[in-house]
Ligand binder design. Structure first.
Ligand SMILES: Nc1ncnc2c1ncn2[C@@H]1O[C@H](COP(=O)(O)OP(=O)(O)OP(=O)(O)O)[C@@H](O)[C@H]1O
Ligand SMILES: [Mg+2]
Length: 289
């Protein structure tokens, strides 16, 4: 992975660099990412499933040639999985091996760096070279855990009672994503630049398809983008995302389809739609046309 890091002096230049790593940003995405870098603020990316929220963080890391550190959030995520924990097993072994030592001496020994397991947040802060820190699906953690993340993101330091305070040697570029399953705290929002990603317009979706499925003929990409958009406008339980239109493109190639007609579309709709009621509804609307 060799990344030539060009000077990025405008949102347009950033969009160009992102394109080189296969991410197609629209003007807003490019602008917010550019500003986040300039202002040193985290980005809070929100939007429906499969529109490129996670991929944006990965692509920025690739673009800058930085390491990506990912904290995947889930209900019940706590400090020991987000920040650090002590390696109890190793500590126990050391205590057994050094049983003739004084406790004071032993204590200093087993609460040292050697016995610390750094989890993503601590790892990102301790990194010698700046990383991209992806805090994915933050809306899944409880509000208390959100506060914990917030503390690290505002101070860029972590205090460990037995060790002292660890300050960031470099500042990570932070991307938080949310699917909006719950409201995030005002405090968190205030610290971040907000970016809403919605479904791409047909031109950008066509470009995304051509980038991700290079063997796709251009006219088929155009047709896919157009039909997917019209399906998104139907009143469905779950609209097809970009990942699904990519799957659809791959499906059509696998089936050696060169041109989309109603029959092919209705015969492959299950790749785009994941509810039987949606499939039936879309089939009815598409065949009526
Ligand atoms: N702008 C884009 N440029 C290139 N590829 C894209 C873009 N947007 C989406 N994709 C493609 O769509 C896929 C899905 O994107 P991603 O996993 O980032 O979605 P997400 O928004 O994080 O979804 P979820 O909320 O389900 O996690 C990516 O793997 C990528 O191939
Ligand atoms: Mg994601």
């Amino acid at each position: 992975m060799t990344a030539t890091v060009p000077t990025i002096d405008s949102p347009a230049a950033l969009a160009d660099s992102l394109r080189k790593v296969d991410y197609l940003a629209d003007d807003r995405i490019a602008q917010v990412a550019f500003l986040a870098d300039r202002l040193g603020k985290p980005i809070l990316v929100e939007g429906p499933a499969g529109v490129g929220k996670t991929e944006l963080a990965k692509s920025l890391a690739r673009m800058w040639g930085r390491r990506l550190i990912r904290l995947q959030c889930y209900e019940g995520l706590d400090e020991s999985k987000a920040l650090y924990e002590w390696n109890y097993k190793k500590q126990l072994l050391r205590i057994q091996a050094d049983h003739d030592k004084e406790w004071d001496e032993l204590e200093d020994d087993i609460f040292s760096d050697e016995f610390l397991l750094a989890r993503p947040l601590l790892e990102a802060i301790r990194s010698e070279t700046p990383v991209v820190l992806l805090i994915d699906e933050i809306d899944r953690v409880e509000i208390e855990t959100e506060a914990l993340l917030l503390e690290v993101l505002s101070d860029f330091q972590v205090s460990i009672p037995e060790l002292g305070t660890i300050s960031a040697s470099t500042r990570p570029f932070v991307v938080l994503t949310s699917n909006n399953t719950r409201e995030l705290s005002e405090a968190l929002k205030r610290r971040c630049l907000f970016l809403h990603i919605s479904y791409p317009d047909p031109e950008r979706e066509q470009q995304i398809l051509l980038t991700r499925v290079p063997e796709l003929p251009e006219n088929l990409a155009r047709q896919i983008a157009r039909i997917v958009r019209s399906i998104r406008q139907m009143d469905l339980k779950k609209a097809p995302s970009v990942s699904e239109s990519i799957d659809w493109a791959r499906t059509l190639i696998a089936l050696a389809v060169e041109h989309l007609d109603t029959e092919v579309v209705t015969d492959t709709l299950h790749v785009l739609l994941k509810y039987q009621s949606d499939i039936e509804k879309a089939t009815a609307e598409l065949t009526r046309r």
